[in-house]
Write a protein that binds this ligand. Structure first.
Ligand code: AMP
Length: 596
């Protein structure tokens, strides 16, 4: 099915703040974008300052920063001045605990006021923030806390009990655990955040901070090995700010709702930092996803700009499909909504058009990664939309499609790559480094960082094509990582956890396509002698993996297979498992071990 281009209607009161794409791209420089922010009074740059203090210095301390919607729909309003006081208190708490500059503060929290306090307090104190998914199980949590040299962890009593208590003894460097919210029975070795905050002064001068000082650590997954900690620096805020204007049409006092999990890079870059730098009001939904709840929030909170994910949009679509004539599933008034965008997985063209029909606005797809720190390719706010396309590189971003080699990744010959010149030809998506939010390394892993670059390009690991007008279309991953409901899952992490079960000899993990979540994790498992492939064992393995890895990462399905295909070097061939699962051609089998 072909979908026609959606032409942008100019807002009646000319709400687009942006000149057209070509014009902005031709005149944009990152230096210009730097001048859109303040910088620290004595020079340098600090994300915490740009997000909050800047507005207070401009006399806007009374603007609403956070609008927290509790599970029972009650609302708490927090001004920029109150947020500054909270963040300062938290910075003073860190100093009081002896957590030094550049030491790592981890958060394992849902969306709640203390998340914003901890993030902004950590950044303004020039400590390094590392957010974790609260849907992770104890093993992913342990691994990331250990790899990231966690010194302080902010979590809740319930999450601590479920995910940290049993692994705490394995983390000798984790000096302090602060519990946010009410605490009924204080676990040994933890502190009540509220008590510390009450004693801490509400003023904390931002220390000298260099633009290249480490600010954020975001863990992401690769095909093999442990999770990788992508390092970002304080000047990343320049890209957060500029791209939020270009790709989200965000501006001062917009009511803005980002539904991304706070443990994902989107939850930090666009869930906290970018909108605050614009002086927007952030809707903080403390409840769980529910179709009616979400429409209620859009309506009652008068959300103007909404940044969400394809899986969520597909779940809303199921409630009111296109052409069902039912429109919204209730008497909701979305007239305040001005702009809708999504990220994280391919957005099917049907979803873009559904937005136009049911929400009254098309959904703007955009593309980026943990490593890029900010949106790189987008359906630019004031441009028309080509349903199914990720859009075009934002001003200041240079992208190319590189010819592929035998391993599916960009072919590098004598240190050189070859950009594809023909439109419509698939290749690896690559970016020219140089934007401020580019990651500066993987923590303690130089080799894996170096492997991301060739011939002056950053290789994204994604396959894409470009049409004759310069629009980019996502094709798939060039490696084995799995995107499920927007979360990047490393198959190795899942295989390793399964192999800790005494019954499992070997495991191979793939993403099986799913109409709503994009993909779900499926594991193929061979058993050790003495174990029978029966339903009880399957259930036990699923439960084992879920307990260790948490629901966001654990496999949904297990299939027993005593003859997992392996390469001659002994590695399970996930590519072949996937091809067989999907009934696709099996491709080059020359490295396969033994008979097929
Ligand atoms: P993460 O680093 O967890 O944010 O995941 C980044 C990956 O998500 C990218 O490399 C893509 O594979 C995928 N991704 C992000 N945005 C899009 C999009 N708009 N369309 C398709 N895939 C996307």
């Amino acid at each position: 099915m072909t979908y026609s281009i959606i032409t942008k209607q100019r807002h009646p009161d000319d709400a687009w703040r942006l000149p057209d794409y070509e014009q902005t791209r031709a005149t944009f420089t990152w230096d210009k974008a730097r001048s859109w922010l303040s910088g620290l009074p004595g020079g340098g740059m600090n994300i915490g300052f740009e997000a909050v203090d800047r507005h207070i210095e401009a006399g806007h301390g009374d603007w609403e920063a956070l609008r927290c919607v509790a599970a029972d729909d009650s609302v708490t309003h927090i001004s920029y001045a109150e947020l500054a006081a909270d963040a300062s208190r938290f910075a003073n708490v860190l100093v009081g605990l002896g957590a030094g500059p550049q030491e790592r503060v981890f958060t394992l929290l849902g969306r709640r006021r203390e998340l914003y306090t901890a993030v902004l307090g950590t950044l303004r104190a020039r400590r390094v923030l590392c957010p974790l998914f609260s849907a992770f199980g104890p093993e992913p949590v342990r691994q990331r806390l250990a790899l990231g040299d966690a010194r302080v962890l902010v979590t809740t009593e319930a999450l601590y009990r479920r995910k940290v208590e049993e692994i705490r003894h394995l983390l000798p460097g984790l000096a302090h655990v602060l519990l946010a919210g009410p605490v009924t029975d204080l676990p040994p070795g933890t502190l009540v955040l509220d008590h510390l905050m009450a004693q801490a002064p509400p003023v904390f001068a931002v220390p000298p901070t260099g633009p290249q000082d480490m600010a954020l650590l975001h863990f992401t997954s690769g095909t093999t090995g442990t999770p990788k900690g992508a390092v970002h620096v304080h000047e990343a805020v320049v890209a957060h700010h500029a791209t939020a204007a270009f790709a989200l049409d965000l501006g001062p006092r917009d009511v803005y709702w980002c539904t991304a999990d706070p443990g994902w890079v989107t939850g930090t870059s666009y869930g906290i930092i970018a909108p605050l730098t614009h002086g927007a009001t952030l809707v903080v939904d403390e409840g769980e996803f529910d179709v009616h709840r979400w429409y209620r929030i859009l309506d009652a909170q008068h959300v103007a700009v909404w940044y969400t994910a394809p899986t969520a949009i597909r779940m809303l679509m199921r409630a009111t499909p296109r052409g069902s004539g039912s429109g919204l599933p209730g008497p909701y008034d979305l007239s305040a909504l001005r702009f809708v965008a999504s990220v994280g997985e391919p957005l099917n063209p049907e979803a873009v058009v559904w937005g136009q029909e049911v929400l009254g606005l098309p959904v703007h797809d955009n593309w980026w990664q943990t490593e890029t720190g900010a949106i790189m390719i987008a359906n630019y706010a004031s441009s028309d939309i080509r349903p199914g396309s990720m859009g075009r590189p934002l001003p200041g971003v240079h992208a190319a499609i590189l010819e592929r080699g035998h391993d599916g990744r960009a072919a590098v010959t004598d240190g050189h790559v070859r950009p594809v010149t023909q439109p419509g030809v698939e290749g690896e998506l690559a970016l020219r480094p140089g934007w401020p939010s580019m990651f500066r390394g993987y923590l303690n892993d130089r080799a894996r960082y170096d492997a991301c670059f060739a011939d002056g390009w950053y290789l994204t690991g994604d396959l894409a094509k470009r049409d004759e007008d310069g629009w980019f279309w996502f094709v798939g991953r060039a490696d084995d990582v799995i995107k499920s409901a927007g979360h990047l899952i490393g198959p190795f992490e899942v295989e390793s956890a399964l192999m800790e079960h005494p019954a499992v000899a070997e495991a191979g993990v793939i993403g099986r396509p799913d109409p709503v979540a994009g993909a779900v994790v499926k594991a193929f498992v061979s058993l050790r002698p003495g174990y029978e492939p029966e339903a009880g064992l399957k259930r036990a393995l699923l439960a084992f993996a879920r307990k260790r890895l948490g629901p966001a990462v654990a496999p949904r399905e297990i299939e027993f297979d005593q003859n997992l295909p392996r390469t001659r070097s002994g590695k399970v061939m996930r590519r072949l498992l996937r091809a067989r699962e999907l009934g696709l051609p099996e491709g080059d089998l020359s490295t396969l071990e033994g008979p097929v």
